[in-house]
Design a protein around this ligand. Structure first.
Ligand SMILES: Cc1ncc(COP(=O)(O)O)c(C=O)c1O
Length: 381
């Protein structure tokens, strides 16, 4: 019997080693990893530069407290905000925690309790973030949610009429990850931006999954007409080391003043070393451009070469890709494991591909071969 609370339905595989795009299990079986801990290891497994920097930091200092100055936090905050309208960061330990902090910030900043989020969205598992999330299955059995959040239809122009002077914030993902890799339309975002501006409503963009180069720009919002007041990040920020952040404008510095928010571990020297090394590697124009090119290449070939009989659509941006099938994909995810490839689903019909941002063309081609092989088997069944 397991000593763990059964909150996860686990695959019968234990991974014990990882290098670049590959992981190995306890049986010595190697897998091409196209889920990367669900969009976490954006630099691949154990990138030598991140590993070296962490080793150095392990020999210096592991933890102090946010009661002391931190030039490392300053440096990471600068990397996350330079050349943008955003200028301030708060460090925490996960995506949910970043969102929970953003929720507090919005409450105090706007003094309003109505926040609009969207159907199929996912924002985390704390009590408030269950409320923000637009998926019933996440809330089942937990009773009344925090009343602040109302859910609108994603990508629907008329739903934006709900934004009024009563609204404190609109809260969204640019590409809904857990919801099925659903990309927000630019025209819809344009209208959302206009309407929020007209009513003085704040915009919170949850970049927990889309951020840190995943979509081919530092953050996904940078490829859209949106100018958010707050973004939240986590997942890819630490290359596998737990770290999250709220990133916002200078005005928020008058709201989150001493004593209003905090975290014991948030921004500790190990987390900041992982984040700084990750950002040094990923935030180059060359790498971000390559992410776009590699993503376009993979999407183009998937759309052209997968058997049409079972395929609904291929979509995404950069290296955040969803393949929607007509039928449930649980069998495809398992069949891919059997041919040595790891992917994660996004809802019942979508296979999500989230490879390392350093994935090579050869690895993309290998992934294509494996996916094609499994889809052809599925068509035959
Ligand atoms: C968009 C988004 N927001 C928030 C979260 C929650 O992040 P975490 O699991 O780090 O708390 C996730 C996790 O999948 C996510 O995809």
């Amino acid at each position: 019997m397991s000593a763990l609370l059964p909150t996860y339905q686990r695959h019968n595989i234990e991974l014990v080693e990882g290098t670049g795009s590959f992981v190995k299990d306890t049986q010595g079986i190697t897998y091409l990893d196209f889920m990367m801990g669900i969009a976490v290891c954006n630099t691949g497994h154990r990138h030598p530069y991140v590993e070296q920097r962490l080793k150095e930091q392990l020999g210096q200092l592991w933890h102090t407290s946010n009661l002391f100055e931190s030039s490392k936090q300053e440096r990471v905050a600068t990397l996350l905000t330079e050349n943008s309208h955003l200028s301030h960061a708060f460090f925490c330990n996960s995506g949910t925690e970043a969102n929970e902090g953003a929720f507090k910030l919005i409450r105090k900043w706007t003094q309003k309790t109505e926040i609009l989020s969207f159907s199929q969205s996912f924002h985390g598992r704390t009590f408030a973030m269950m409320g923000a999330t637009g998926q019933e299955k996440v809330k089942e059995g937990f009773g009344e949610m925090v009343a602040d959040f109302k859910h609108l239809v994603f990508n629907d122009l008329s739903s934006l009429d709900a934004i009024t002077e009563k609204t404190g914030a609109v809260w969204l993902e640019i590409i809904q990850g857990e919801g099925g890799v659903i990309v927000a339309d630019d025209a819809w975002l344009e209208a959302l931006m206009k309407r929020t501006k007209a009513y003085g409503v704040k915009i919170v963009v949850d970049e927990v999954q889309t951020g840190i180069g995943r979509t081919g720009s530092r953050f996904a919002f940078e490829q859209t007409p949106l100018k958010p007041d707050i973004i939240t990040v986590a997942k890819g920020l630490g290359s596998g080391f737990p770290v999250g952040a709220i990133i916002t404008t200078a005005e928020a510095a008058t709201i989150f003043t001493p004593g209003t928010h905090g975290s014991t571990f948030g921004g500790n020297p190990l987390a900041m070393t992982a984040a700084e090394a990750t950002l040094d590697l990923l935030l180059t124009d060359e790498l971000l451009h390559e992410v776009q090119e590699k993503g376009n290449y993979l999407m183009r070939r998937l759309a052209a070469e997968l058997p049409e009989t079972s395929l609904h659509s291929v979509r995404g941006r950069g290296l955040m890709i969803g393949i929607e099938f007509e039928r449930p994909v649980a069998g495809i995810v398992q069949a891919l494991q059997q041919v040595g490839m790891l992917v994660v689903s996004a809802g019942p019909h979508v296979v999500r591909l989230l490879p390392s941002l350093f994935v090579t063309r050869e690895e993309l081609d290998l992934a294509l071969e494996k996916i094609k092989q499994v889809c052809q088997q599925e068509v035959m069944v």
